[in-house]
Design a protein around this ligand. Structure first.
Ligand SMILES: [Zn+2]
Ligand SMILES: [Zn+2]
Length: 317
């Protein structure tokens, strides 16, 4: 299996301004003052040695994650990252996949807003299956594309769009992938999805608040993520925010993600749904604080910890 991140921001796409770009360029050039950069290769080596916030960017798109390994395209959520995914599919020309499965965790705007810009949805012969546990997903997608907020109605997009309501207590097989579901505390409820295929597993769990119950030894969510190769986890907040200001906002923190991942034997944890207020430097600090906490929580832990970013491809093979 592989996991490709197309959108990792929470709530709203995060902008990236000219002044932020200039600050980053200046920091890189400053770091280059003492470097001996004569050949293109030297530049690459120099860039590879910089922290990620200087040599890259965490990205701006909202939730959209592709789960690769099934017989057809499987996507978690239709945030603004879906636009880039659609563009990449169209670039494949005649090899462009014709069948897509989009699983919707819930219908907050940052999880559906990319669909009107998903180019394959405008192409005849394409089949799009939209799956989710909420019974009103179809109505919400229709509403999103109604005058006066969008000029093209859902029914006029051109592809065949089917809606399937899922039962949280059932297991599903979609495009050769085994899928189980978890109900998550969040305003309006959201659902997490676990994908098992060929002995590997990926859990997508965003927009989920974990209360003090999480400290119980038999906290049921632990079984849902048990031994997962990859856990994509809502870490919009840091601990201080979560405890003092934003309790009951429906999100989790980096620390909660680390504790649950370690206890359940997860192999790779990706902090996800990053705060749109955070710049790249803030996220780099957030990652370093998280790594430090992992060390304090369990210094023998083998957990790989990172922050998901737009364009990241994780290969489990
Ligand atoms: Zn969200
Ligand atoms: Zn939400």
């Amino acid at each position: 299996m592989k996991v490709k991140f197309w959108g990792c921001r929470g709530s709203i796409p995060a902008s990236y301004s000219a002044s932020q770009t200039r600050t980053k360029i200046k920091q890189v050039l400053q770091a280059a003052l003492d470097a001996d950069l004569k050949r293109s290769e030297d530049i690459d080596n120099f860039l590879d040695g910089l922290p990620f916030n200087l040599r890259g960017a965490y990205g701006s798109n909202t939730s959209c994650v592709e789960i690769i390994g099934g017989d057809e395209v499987i996507i978690c959520d239709a945030g603004s990252g879906l636009r880039d995914l659609g563009k990449a599919m169209v670039m494949m020309g005649p090899n462009m996949p014709k069948v897509y499965h989009i699983l919707i965790s819930h219908m907050h705007w940052d999880h559906i807003q990319g669909f009107p810009f998903f180019i394959p949805a405008y192409m005849q012969g394409v089949i799009i299956n939209i799956w989710g546990c909420h019974s009103n997903i179809r109505e919400t997608f229709i509403l999103q594309q109604q005058e006066p907020t969008f000029p093209v109605r859902l029914e006029d997009m051109g592809s065949q769009i089917n809606f399937h309501t899922m039962d949280v207590n059932e297991n599903y097989q979609i495009a050769g992938m085994d899928i189980s579901i978890w109900e998550q505390p969040h305003p309006g409820i959201s659902y997490g999805f676990r994908f098992d295929h060929d002995g590997q597993s990926v859990v997508y769990s965003t927009d989920a608040e974990h209360t003090d119950e999480l400290h119980k030894e038999d906290y049921p969510f632990l079984d849902f993520i048990r031994n997962a190769d990859v856990l994509v986890f809502d870490a919009q907040f840091n601990l201080a925010d979560h405890v003092y200001i934003k309790q009951n906002w429906g999100h989790s923190s980096n620390l909660v993600g680390i504790e649950l991942a370690v206890r359940a034997g997860v192999k790779k944890l990706f902090l996800f749904h990053s705060d749109h207020m955070f710049g790249d430097e803030d996220l780099e600090k957030f990652l370093n604080d998280s790594l430090r906490y992992l060390e304090i929580y369990d210094d023998k832990s083998q957990l790989e910890l990172n922050i998901a970013y737009d364009g990241l491809l994780v290969d489990l093979d």
